[in-house]
Write a new protein. Sequence first.
Lengths: 769, 118, 136
Amino acid sequence: MLFTVLTGLITSSLLVPFGKIIKTKWSILLPFIPVILFLFYLWHVPVVANGTTITQHLSWVPSLGVNFDFRLDGLSLLFALLITGIGTAIFFYGRSYLKGHIYFDRFFGYLLLFMSAMLGVVLANNILTLFVFWELTSISSFFLIGFNNDSKASRNSALTALSITGIGGFFLLAGLVLAGNIADTFIISEMFAQHDKITNHSLYPLVIGLIFIGAFTKSAQFPFHFWLPGAMKAPTPVSAYLHSATMVKAGIYLLARLTPALGNTELWNTTLMVVGGFTMIFAAIHSLFRTDLKGILAYSTVSALGILTFLLGLGTTDALIAMSVFILVHALYKATLFMVTGIIDHQTHTRDVTKLQGLRKVMMPVFIAALLAALSSAGLPLTYGFIGKDLIYEATLNLKENWAIWLTALAVLTNIGLVTAGFRAGITPFTGKLPEGYQDVKMPYRAMWVPPMILAVLGIVFGLFPGVVGDYFNYQTANAIAGTDTDMHLKLWHGFNTVLTLSVATLAAGAALYFAHNPTEEKLLSLARFDVVSSQHIFRQIGRSIEKGAGWYTNTIHNGYLRSYHLKIILFAELLLGYKLWLSGPIQIDYANLTPLSWYEVGIVAILIGALYIIVTTKSRLTSVVSTSVIGYCICLLFVFYSAPDLAMTQFTIDTLTTVLFVLVLYKLPPFINFVRQGILIRDAIVALGFGIIISLIALRVLYEPNTTAISDFYGENAYLLAKGKNVVNVILVDFRGMDTMFETVVLSIAALGVYSLIKLRLKSSEKE
Amino acid sequence: MELLLVLILGLLYAAGVYLILRRSMVKLLLGIILWGNGANILIFVLGKITKGSPPVIDDAYRVFQDVYADPIPQALILTAIVISFGLTSFAIVLLKRVYALVDSDDLDDLNTPEEEDI
Amino acid sequence: MKSAILQTATRYLLPILLLFSVFLLLRGHYHPGGGFVGGLVASIAFVLHSFANGTENTMKILRYKPLSLLPIGLAISTAAVTLPLLLDLPPMTGLWLEEPIPVIGMIGSSLFFDLGVYLVVIGVVLTILFTIALND
């Protein structure tokens, strides 16, 4: 399984050097990557359908518990098939759609990266690995959504999508790590056994709250839904891929995956039901008012995602079965409709549903594909959508609670909206009279209409043989979500019952709504009044105020003056250290233990203080440099007095050399500048003295802590015995801590090389002023 | 003597901070050098300071016979002194280079070319 | 700064100081001294010479660029560090000859390590000072 994830990643990076080649006719090789992967997963279907789970383990960062643990069960397999299967269609389709595009290679690089990341998400059996791939999908989708990077709107929506999903990812990571810590394992399949431990833990609400935010942002649930319609700025193949079958369903996948570990609690189910329920009806109503074909599809997708979340929230066996079917149903018809929209856009350069009509006359096969998809989305009997819808109704009807009838009503209303939206996107552009100017619209390339056609036909074929499809694809999916055997058997015909009545009523109402209501610009504009209270507006306001706050902060703190940074850093250090010192209580000085003073030491200290005073006050560079070296020599003498001959020698020679260095470049150095105001000088003097006092106090405090000399004693005792040396300082340098010295010489060499190249560097003429 | 050393290192730090807060690049560099000296003395004081007994074993013996100065601070400071030379020389050359470019000792002048780029 | 006295003095001072620096290097393990100090003293000898006779003349005495001392010194240190590996000992293990050699004293791998440090220090200091001095 690892190879399926790596294939895309490697090919994607290969496109960087070989991008030029892939722009030529060799691009035909690209779609075969998903084809091979698809076949690989198809080959696993019979095995997994028997209930076998395939796992693979590969160490990555074992010390942190981050490993490549892959696991293929019914749920993973369904998603892997969707990712690679729809991926195949999209790759063929996209190759024609973007033919001759300047960034053709880049597009497929991102797409491959995205596909691998998605596969990684659905296959990972380690929540941290899952998270890594999860973030990778956010990033690669950012590039895909913003693919038309010369359009500001496109860049904006890419940023919106990235920030919403990115923030979600942030919360998700926290939630996953918490859950992992509580369960004491990061392996997902091992977490299932810890279900009771996690759900009874006091942090459980926090854990699922965080995970919900992650999943809801990704799967565009209210109030985070708005990034998805915005992301329609992406090229249509991207919308078809990301927003029908893969990326947005990653959130659903995550929730489904974790249900056996975290689910089946009242909090879990109620939240999902409420959020999903609200999202599905909210988005379904919204989709009715869109005039942009992709806008309609975007909102109906949000609505479908709401349905999936809602079903997961119901949590009954019926609901999970319905969910496992609806994932497939939706992927098939939504990908088709998106691709059809892409064809229309590609051939007529508009997606405005109020302008498009009668296109069946110029592109009949496309119409057939669109019609089939629209019918499946409407849930007409004999389509796969019919089965999906039936199961949803059944799931709500079978609930025992009194208020369950309202859920059924909600589902019916949502589906009426979806029927209308499906018709609007799949049928409106093709029926009626072909308007002027569209007569010579050409048929698209075959590679563009065949993939949607295949998907649409599959939607019908699956509907005719729901039992077979169910056994092979959906049964184990539902089992994986439920964590138990769901005993599912799909049938084409359930007999005349309430569910069928509801289905027919939905269809009729949807069709009636389709004919009665026409979206227009005016209606859309009248809806815009509510934008002020929309979550999109609120998020944008939050974003703006953060921006403003950051701007204010940056202008205040980061004013570009180095000394002002220094001042702030030092003041902060003073406060922090001062506070800590104050906490540590009074300082005692043990006068008896002090080393006695002699007159020459006092003399040296006096010279030192004098030199310091000169440095601080002088206006001459030479004086200050000389004073600096005087200080160095004084310190050197102190080393002599206090038993450090090595130090004294080193300090002496280094001080000499530093002075020589200064003298060598001094006349090249700029003269001091001395614009000063008295007030600032006093302020700085106070800050500086404060800092000096604090350091001194710290020194005093440390001085009278009992110090341990174990390490020094070790060196002292073993210098000769172990290292055959009698000068302990030197023995430490060249033997005990020889490695440090080794690196020190390397650092010195780098400094010398730096100086050498800085001096030898010739300025380019452009750099000279 | 410890108290005097503590006083000196406090003063070295204070003078260093004061010079770092100035606008001049040369003063900034001098401030850093002073700071380095202060840090060396700080390390030196924090090991016990001892008079007249360097950490060198007497020729006639294989181990120390008497009290000796703590060798660890000395090893640390020796390293620090040498490294600070590398730092100082690199900084001086950098300074020289900057001066050749912007013709000023004023740190604030370094801001302007960047702003013009925007 | 060309003064005849200084020029004459440095002619004798250079070898004496260099000898002193080697002396410091060799005794470093037993008495104050060592690679750092030795290297610094040697560099001062050359700097003094360059003050008296001009950097160009000092470079002539050196023959090779001081920069080339860096890799040589680093190589010697590294060799001293890794040599014990050949004898199946952990790196940095001190290896010593059994008997002291006259004048030099005990010879061991730390001495070679120190020699590497000595050369690197000379290389660093001279590279820095001479490139600055020559390019003004």
